[in-house]
Design a protein around this ligand. Structure first.
Ligand code: DQA
Length: 143
């Protein structure tokens, strides 16, 4: 089964971006780990990242049309993109919102997720394990 792991703005800079918050693993390492663990769990995982809201919305349309489960780190779009929320709402398969950090412990503007209400569930605060836990969660959900 295919799974899309989609990443929003600035996540391509993992490794050098505020490592004290987001960890030292590079984006390439995170992507490789998702593909590796996904394979072990029986998924064909494709990992993508964009800084562009329109591109991310397009990928969610693709997932909806293909009934493809999604692991989504919406990054800053989490907090204000109603366009992203509306795209997620069209999902036809599970969609798990994830965050490396726990936004609830951070600045006030990060306490709101406009995506959470249309996601299957949310996993936040476990670093790279947030990605791993989301892939494992998909194994327990009806496609
Ligand atoms: C993030 C949390 C967001 O608030 C932030 O804008 C990000 C990353 C996380 O993975 O912890 O870019 O989604």
């Amino acid at each position: 089964e295919r799974v899309l792991v989609l990443n929003g703005p600035n996540l391509g800079r993992l490794g050098s971006r505020e490592p004290e918050k987001y960890g030292s693993a590079t984006y390439a390492e995170v992507a490789a780990e998702c593909v590796r663990l996904g394979g072990e769990l029986g998924f064909a995982v494709e990992v993508r990242q964009t800084d562009d809201e329109a591109e991310l919305v397009g990928w969610l349309h693709e997932a909806a049309d293909g009934k493809i489960p999604v692991v989504l780190n919406p990054a800053a779009f989490t907090h204000y993109s109603y366009a992203l929320r509306d795209a997620c709402a069209q999902r036809t398969a599970p969609l798990i919102e994830i965050h490396l950090t726990n936004p609830a412990t951070r600045e006030e503007f990060r306490h709101t997720s406009v995506v959470a209400g249309v996601a299957t569930g949310t996993i936040a605060g476990f670093g790279l394990d947030s990605y791993r836990l989301a892939l494992r969660a998909l194994t327990t959900l009806p496609a």
